[in-house]
Design a binder for this molecule. Structure first.
Ligand code: 3PG
Length: 215
């Protein structure tokens, strides 16, 4: 099993990927603790803030077994920064062939975002088996995923964008979906306010809901 396949299997087992925006690296370890204690030892730390690299480093050091990945990765420079800090996987919002090919060459698990069959063709050609579907709700949600999955047999999706406890069931009931990404249990205002207990509770609720849906 390749590193990518192993990562895909772990993400599928967890079923949820919290998408995190950290303004302050000081919050990284307490957030990782809340997620792990809530039963979700995984995070996509987005490169939307200057604190991303240091946050990945602190989370990975504090919780070496946690699946800490980097999100919103837009360049190969950011891939290097993320991996140097300990990121175990790379997620990008769009399908950037340069970023994808670089990760494949370096055997770094990569989940590029896409929406269209043309982008899916590019992913399939490169042997990818799991891709991010983003932004999910804005582009037709589960019904679009089902339509895309029909011709691309075996391709699996990790939708993010507009997913929450309210519509999780629609997504996680679909066989072509390995996991859902989202920020509903790790909202920026809760992180800023230091509400890690609340994050832990929302995380535990999300984990319980995912288990209930998947049976
Ligand atoms: C992402 O980058 O995957 C999304 O911004 C997460 O979407 P959400 O904030 O609507 O959950």
């Amino acid at each position: 099993m390749s590193a990518r396949e192993a990562m895909e299997a772990k993400i599928e087992e967890l079923g949820l990927v919290p998408v995190v925006v950290l303004e302050n690296a000081e919050d990284a370890a307490p957030l990782a603790k809340a997620l792990c204690e809530g039963g979700l030892p995984v995070a996509e730390v987005t490169f939307r803030t200057a604190a991303a690299q240091e946050s990945i480093r602190r989370m990975s050091e504090a919780y070496p077994d946690m699946l800490v990945g980097a999100g919103t990765v837009l360049s190969i420079e950011q891939v290097d920064k993320a991996v140097e800090a300990g990121a175990k996987f790379i997620v990008s919002p769009g399908f950037d062939p340069e970023v994808v090919d670089y990760c494949l060459e370096k055997e770094i698990p990569v989940f590029p975002g896409l929406i269209t069959p043309s982008e899916l063709a590019q992913a399939a050609k490169r042997g990818l088996r799991v891709v991010k579907f983003f932004p999910a709700e804005q582009f037709g949600g589960v019904s679009t995923i089902k339509a895309l999955a029909a011709p691309y047999v075996g391709m699996k999706f990790m939708p993010t964008g507009g997913i929450s406890a309210k519509n999780l069931k629609d997504y996680l009931s679909c066989k072509s979906i390995v996991a859902c990404g989202g920020s509903w249990m790790v909202k920026g205002d809760m992180i800023k306010a230091g509400e890690f207990e609340k994050i832990k509770e929302l995380t535990a609720e999300a984990v319980a809901l995912a288990k209930e849906i998947r049976g």
